[in-house]
Design a protein around this ligand. Structure first.
Ligand code: G3I
Length: 319
């Protein structure tokens, strides 16, 4: 069978990658597959670069987990997506428990972003600087950042990231951009506004957490082109396709077809730089814990055996 990163690069893309997480790195059979750079050319840490892991107390930084994943990537010739710098979730209590003034929170964001990006300078291909800033209805998400600073927190973080690593690609990462409606419209408007204001923004991450059978290639492609026409890259950053359990053979065939459809859209969009699965195996998928009754979302099963979805991805990469 054709390895995924090899096939992606043969098709002119930068990478095919996977999320991973530090506790998984003691699983030798898992790591053996992960380390194969013909298979995966890029890693995203699932948790260990998030704010609660990196700055658990104000001005106390712990890069241990992130460093471990960067070392793994460097040792196996992979590029890194840094995930993430500013997000409403997985914030340590010290950030959320205080009613900061706008000036105080600006400085907190700048310190966090500058310190983390500087620590990894030169080692991160792309940063998810802002994660999930929008509601599905297209308004900005109410969180400590927006409620204190309005949407200016986005430019504050992006400018700090650019200053700390001028060569890293700076992304906003979001879910449900796959579908037409107010959320993708709002993201297009946000990118357009940031560009008009001269704020550094290089890409939009389309998370791509799909439900079986709900892929529309035309919708997805149109949304991606609306973004890339503004002069940004796009990437599928957290791809998976969840199935209502128990999964039948027909479901696994539908999943194969869904993966082909999604991946082939990246092939059709010149500025889609690559595809990342949100871990490659059902053994470590986030789905069962977050969507009870759903699972089997990844291209390898929980015994690290390739599913039909694997061949679906290859077909998409070779389309
Ligand atoms: O670290 C604690 C550990 O100390 C504790 O013993 C354990 C007990 O539950 O929890 C651990 O924290 C968990 C953490 O992952 C680290 O393993 C949290 O409970 C758990 O909720 C958290 O889940 C992560 C989730 O983000 C949190 O929002 C998933 O692993 C991670 O895959 C997921 O990733 C997100 C992306 O960052 C953004 N897009 C959506 C995606 C899926 O939710």
């Amino acid at each position: 069978t054709v390895p995924l990163n090899y096939a992606a690069q043969a098709a002119g893309k930068l990478y095919f990658g996977s999320a991973t997480d530090n506790p998984e790195l003691t699983d030798v059979p898992y790591v053996t597959i992960l380390n194969d750079t013909a298979m995966f050319g890029q890693l995203t840490p699932g948790n260990s670069m998030k704010w609660d892991a990196i700055e658990p107390e104000q001005n106390v930084f712990n890069f241990t987990g992130g460093d471990q994943i960067v070392a793994l990537a460097e040792g196996t010739g992979k590029i890194m997506r840094g995930h993430n710098l500013v997000w409403y979730s997985q914030l340590p209590a010290w950030v959320t428990a205080t009613a900061w003034t706008a000036d105080e929170l600006t400085s907190i964001i700048q310190t966090h972003v500058t310190t983390e990006v500087s620590h990894y300078v030169g080692k991160i291909y792309a940063w998810d600087v802002i994660n999930e800033p929008l509601n599905d209805n297209g308004t900005f998400r109410s969180d400590i950042f927006y409620d204190t600073l309005g949407s200016s927190y986005i430019s504050i973080a992006l400018r700090a990231a650019r200053a700390a690593d001028p060569n890293a690609k700076l992304y906003i990462n979001e879910y449900n951009l796959e579908y037409s409606g107010p959320k993708i419209d709002a993201m297009v408007q946000l990118v357009s506004d940031l560009k008009a204001e001269g704020v550094p923004i290089d890409g939009i991450g389309i998370e791509s957490h799909y439900i079986l059978g709900e892929v529309s290639a035309s919708e997805l492609k149109a949304n991606m082109l609306n973004l890339t026409s503004l002069g940004v890259d796009v990437a599928f950053t957290e791809l998976d396709v969840r199935i209502e359990l128990p999964a039948t053979d027909a479901d696994l065939e539908q999943q194969k077809s869904d993966y082909t459809t999604i991946v082939s859209v990246c092939m059709e969009v010149a500025d889609c730089v690559g595809v990342t699965v949100w871990d490659y195996t059902d053994k470590y998928s986030w789905i069962p814990a977050s969507f009870p009754g759903y699972g089997e979302a990844c291209p390898w099963d929980e015994n690290l055996v390739k599913k039909p979805a694997y061949d679906g991805i290859v077909a998409g990469l070779q389309s």
